[in-house]
Design a protein around this ligand. Sequence first.
Ligand SMILES: NC(=O)C1=CN([C@@H]2O[C@H](COP(=O)(O)OP(=O)(O)OC[C@H]3O[C@@H](n4cnc5c(N)ncnc54)[C@H](O)[C@@H]3O)[C@@H](O)[C@H]2O)C=CC1
Ligand SMILES: O=C(O)[C@@H]1CCC=N1
Length: 269
Amino acid sequence: MKWGIIGTGNMGSMLTTSLVKSGAVSASDLIIYNRTAQKALDLQKDEAELTVAENLKEVAKKSDILFLCVKPHHYSQVLNEIKNELTLNQCLVSITSPVSVEDLENKVSCQVARIVPSITNHAHAGVSLFTFGSRVTGSVKQNLWNTFEYISKPSTIEEDHIRAASDMVSCGPAFISFLLKEWIEAAGEVTGISEKKATELTENMMIGLGSLLSKEIFTLDELMEKVTVKGGVTGEGLKALEAHIGSLFQEMFKATQNKHKEDKIGIDL
Ligand SMILES: NC(=O)C1=CN([C@@H]2O[C@H](COP(=O)(O)OP(=O)(O)OC[C@H]3O[C@@H](n4cnc5c(N)ncnc54)[C@H](O)[C@@H]3O)[C@@H](O)[C@H]2O)C=CC1
Ligand SMILES: O=C(O)[C@@H]1CCC=N1
């Protein structure tokens, strides 16, 4: 089974490295291609067994499962160049949310799936969002699912909820990092604690929180309950949060919904 990756930017390189390092795919079964060849060659320096393809047609022809890891506005150009190489035995996997599986199925004649990954998959953690097209065979579905279990918790997502799901698992690391930066800054402003110390404490708290959740020791509700000692400071902090949070997250989800709609209109496969 040969695995191809087109586009070795943030996500393509993350998938290349994580799939190999987790033991999901052996480097000798991976073939990668990037428009700027150096990016692909740099990955090969770490994993000598990787094949770097000379061009798009080569990676398309040689892959049983082919990941498309370019930005959505490059889809049309790439697909036009590879579509005649792809047959029903192969599966094209898109990793972007604004392009639906249905639209891709109308463009190419091979099997099609969408797996939206997350930067958290670098740490072989977090979620990957799966949507299978109508032509994907049972064995390919199983193979993709099993492979992504090495680096994530795969989760099936319907088209209607892909934006919200991707906001949570893929944009989430950026959103939460932004909130934590605000928290660190506010701690400094209000109490004078140094940014360095506040960052160290916050990052380690997050690692601990992630670990509690991953071991299923507590749910989110249980965490709030256990930490909120009656008459204590946590309760006061939570009250302040409730009073000031307003429609912060509603606005965030609305903003991404709007951008998603705009992107979909702008993408012409
Ligand atoms: N950054 C993230 O956390 C996530 C990104 N995605 C999706 O992944 C896709 C890629 O995003 P990034 O990796 O962040 O972008 P990026 O800009 O880092 O990577 C895109 C890569 O594609 C290459 N490329 C462009 N045209 C090409 C062509 N014709 N042939 C071969 N390579 C070509 C570029 O040289 C670049 O290395 C996007 O569609 C995005 O929606 C999905 C989940 C998370
Ligand atoms: O296609 C998506 O939804 C992802 C999330 C981050 C960038 N692209």
